[in-house]
Design a protein around this ligand. Structure first.
Ligand code: GDP
Ligand code: MG
Length: 812
């Protein structure tokens, strides 16, 4: 039987995990490993993907992927486990048993294996009798003044952003990791100037299958931070510690920040941190990032382990009694074999050995093993597979999860019931319910857009516009009064104030839109949207996660493109970014309103809705075509955690909005500033660099005239239209303002071209190149080549579509 045959509410035990390569590793990393119990919670409203509970958390999985996972009944597996005694004890009955034996065995197991004084009760870290971990006799602190760099690593939704903000306050810098466009935020810890915390992307594992994971491990291995702060969601310890164990293997001084303690305690749960420290060999500090509790203690510990370079006291998490010791012996055998290679390559040995077993090509290549050694290692692994009955990747995942289970059994007192969990289930009954999910989604999005564009944003935009207008007027009259040179006057008023001002007035809308979207994201709703929308999007070769950037694109392509960062694969990111411009942004609304008012009065709404739909359909068509051409590649598996709904902290939200505003202002005063001046220049001067008497003589008109033949077949080969389109490249709103300047009144426009041509022009405006700001953000995400390619591609699509529409419309 396979996992997809499970019925809602039923449980089963995984017996075999199929699939291969990246996909399979991803399953394993997320905890889908043999002998684990799974419960099917529900199917998405469209029947795919499904939501499962595994290791105490909620995961999504597509039906097609679920077909690769074989399951057996819970009871039988538990009995077998009891009889055989060598299972990993992940079934309910087996788990109880293992729990007991784990607790007993920990008297020896739990102590750090440094071989030093074991009888004393010692805690790693600072401020306790931590002699075992920090021997004052041999201490060798880093020299004064060394900058203590920390990597902040943890799962998504573990509270990383919250902790990072409370650690660094306002001293943050944002950049990219070298060579890639994954965000790199860093900042000094408040009150400790010679520290730097680098916020690594939220990851679940150190497998090299997403850019985030590669970036994170490259950073830790390559740039060697002085310490790692690993943030762990205490309400979800099993899921989170899987990453912790891999981080410990990197052999960098580390502290564990056990976050969300307020929530765990509030439900009557607790964690025996001393036991946990002993089992993991690193300091464990319970905190609540949101309430700023325990953060000072965390900082003290982090500074201490980094200063004294106290590496994790324990890395050996394989159990000698597990699977008859097969996995344990395999790992240690390979560790001995590759020790010299690992040292030479600068890769921690335990990490190297585990990654070799998992088949991690990057590590294997970096180690430069000889053919003989490779063969030897292969034999060791084959032997292990035979002995434990698990394949290599599953065996390593099993080793980690077995340890985590033991740790959880010994150290974590789970709440009987979690208020947050129950609340989430109730909310999900509506938001991912079979009949309510889609209406709820449409309702919420409509509400967000209505509030953003209709209520709050529009109101703020009006205020800002009035402000800018009066400032412009003020400067205008001042210049007039002071008899400022006419050209300079025009540059400042018509160029800079007009250009930058028209874009600046969009800031409130963008900020408000970001406010709502971050609210949806941080509460956990976006994960649900992705879950609900995965099926239709997969038809387009995308995954559910792409829905978010595309939705934002209806507001403005710029934040849409930026939001695509959350997508797990480059392929999905590129395709999504390519589709965003097809989602008609709000800046195009004035164009539609202007033209439909003149050419199709009485049918405005109809034409506008038609345009939006036409954009979406063209996007769908493009996605379909690229699925079979440029974007063949492997679709990423949709294995995603559905976190509990949580209320985002006000401080976080405000900080985010401030960042966005800063970002936007920076852009407005760089790119848009320069572009406005350029357009003004081209509009004001003629080819001999004298002042153009009429706009027809301007350089802009001369340039436009070069392009008019291109637009003849579309019915609007008029230089004024072409000029308007060129200015629309700067900001879509300019199309209308340019046309009104060049044509004067609407009757001139009406007589200039036929309704069929007007229709074609609307289609062209809908689809042609995104504005400069959007192109700039594409360039920032994907590079110059892509930005350029997208401009050309969009223009080509727009031309073809406008041509087709013109032909059809002319015939009617
Ligand atoms: P990230 O995805 O790891 O960056 O996590 P965030 O910092 O965005 O936090 C995810 C959610 O958990 C947000 O809604 C936070 O407000 C919430 N959160 C973070 N830390 C805590 C905490 O200590 N206690 C509680 N109850 N919630 C928290
Ligand atoms: Mg975050």
């Amino acid at each position: 039987m396979t996992l997809n045959e499970l019925k809602t509410g039923e449980s089963a035990v995984i017996t075999k995990v199929g699939g291969e390569g990246a996909l399979r590793q991803h399953f394993l990393d997320m905890g889908v490993i043999p002998k684990t119990e799974v419960t099917l919670i529900k199917f998405a409203p469209m029947g795919d993907p499904m939501e499962l509970r595994i290791h105490g958390y909620e995961l999504t999985l597509r039906i097609a992927d679920a077909k690769k996972i074989e399951i057996g009944p819970v009871r039988a597996a538990a009995e077998k486990d009891d009889a055989a005694e060598n299972g990993t004890g992940k079934t309910s009955a087996g788990r109880q048993k293992k729990r007991r034996s784990a607790a007993e065995g920990d008297a020896e197991n739990g102590k750090p294996d440094t071989g030093k004084a074991a009888a004393r009760v010692c805690h790693p870290g600072f401020g306790e009798d931590g002699v075992l971990y920090h021997d004052p006799a041999t201490e060798n602190p880093l020299p004064e003044g060394t900058v203590l760099t920390f990597a902040l690593a943890g799962n998504q939704n573990s509270g990383k952003t919250t902790l990072f903000n409370s650690l660094t306050g306002s001293n943050q810098h944002v950049g990219n990791f070298p060579g890639v466009t994954v965000d790199r935020k860093s900042g000094a810890i408040r009150g400790h100037a010679d520290t730097e915390v680098v916020d690594l992307p939220g990851i679940y594992s150190l497998s090299p299958y997403t850019e985030e994971e590669i970036v994170s491990r490259q950073y830790i291995i390559g740039e060697k931070p002085k310490g790692i702060i690993n943030i762990v969601d205490a309400t979800n310890i099993e899921r989170n510690l899987y990453l912790t164990m891999q981080l410990i293997e990197l052999d960098v001084p580390m502290v564990l920040a056990l976050n969300m303690m307020d929530e765990l305690r509030g439900n009557g749960g607790s964690v025996r941190t001393n036991d946990m420290e002993a089992m993991l060999g690193i300091p464990v500090v319970p905190i609540s990032a949101a309430k700023n509790e325990g953060v000072d203690e965390l900082v003290a510990h982090a500074l201490h382990v980094a200063k004294y370079q106290e590496s994790p006291a324990k890395q050996d998490f394989c159990d000698e009694s597990d699977h008859g010791g097969a996995i344990h012996r395999c790992i240690h055998g390979i560790m001995s074999l590759v020790e010299d290679h690992a040292k030479r390559a600068g890769i921690p040995i335990r990490f190297a050995a585990n990654k070799i077993i998992e088949g991690d090509e990057r590590v294997i290549k970096a180690l430069e093993l000889s053919r003989n050694e490779r063969e030897m290692i292969e034999h060791i692994i084959l032997q292990m597979e035979e002995e434990c009955g698990l394949d290599r990747a599953a065996a390593i995942a099993d080793m980690r999860f077995s340890f985590v289970e033991k740790l959880a059994a010994k150290c974590v007192v789970k709440p009987v019931e979690s208020k947050e969990r129950e609340r989430s289930e109730k909310i999900d009954r509506i938001l991912t319910g079979k009949f309510t999910a889609i209406p709820a989604f449409i309702g919420i999005m409509a509400l967000v857009f209505w509030l953003t564009f209709g209520v709050i944003g529009a109101w703020l935009q009006e205020i800002l516009e009035t402000g800018i207008d009066s400032l412009t007027g003020l400067v205008d009259s001042a210049f007039e009064a002071w008899n400022v040179n006419e050209v300079l006057h025009s540059l400042v008023v018509d160029g800079i104030f007009n250009g930058v001002g028209s874009v600046l007035s969009f800031m409130p809308i963008i900020i408000i839109l970001f406010f709502f979207l971050s609210l949806l994201e941080d509460t956990g709703y976006m994960a649900r949207v992705a879950f609900v929308m995965d099926k239709p999007l997969r038809r387009l070769g995308l995954s559910g996660r792409s829905i978010v950037p595309m939705l934002i694109g209806f507001g403005c392509s710029v934040p849409g493109v930026m939001a695509s960062r959350t997508l797990p694969s480059q392929r999905d990111r590129k395709l999504t970014i390519m589709l965003i411009p097809f989602m008609s942004c709000t800046a195009k609304l004035p164009i539609y309103a202007f033209f439909t008012g003149i050419f199709f009065p009485g049918h405005s709404a109809l034409v506008m809705i038609g345009l939006y739909l036409f954009g979406i359909l063209t996007g769908i068509l493009t996605a379909h075509i690229s699925k079979y051409t440029a974007f063949k590649g492997e679709a990423v598996p949709f294995v995603m955690e559905l976190p509990n709904y949580r209320m985002p902290g006000a401080k976080n939200v405000i900080r985010l909005l401030w960042e966005k505003a800063k970002d936007f202002l920076m852009r407005a005063f760089t790119i848009i500033f320069v572009a406005s001046i350029a357009i003004w220049f081209l509009q004001t001067f003629n080819l001999h660099f004298g002042l153009a008497a009429t706009s027809q003589e301007s350089i802009l008109a001369s340039i436009a005239n070069v392009f008019t033949p291109i637009f003849k077949p579309l019915g609007f080969g008029d230089w004024r239209i072409v000029t308007a389109l060129i200015t629309g490249f700067m900001a879509k709103e300019s199309v209308v303002s340019t046309l009104s300047v060049l044509f004067g009144d609407s009757s001139a426009l009406l007589s200039a071209f036929a309704p069929a041509a007007a229709f074609a022009l609307l289609i062209f405006c809908l689809l042609y190149t995104p504005c400069v700001a959007a192109i700039a953000s594409v360039k920032r995400e994907l590079g110059r080549k892509w930005a350029f390619g997208i401009v050309l591609f969009q223009c080509a699509v727009a031309w073809i579509m406008a041509f087709i529409v013109y032909m059809i419309a002319s015939m009617v």
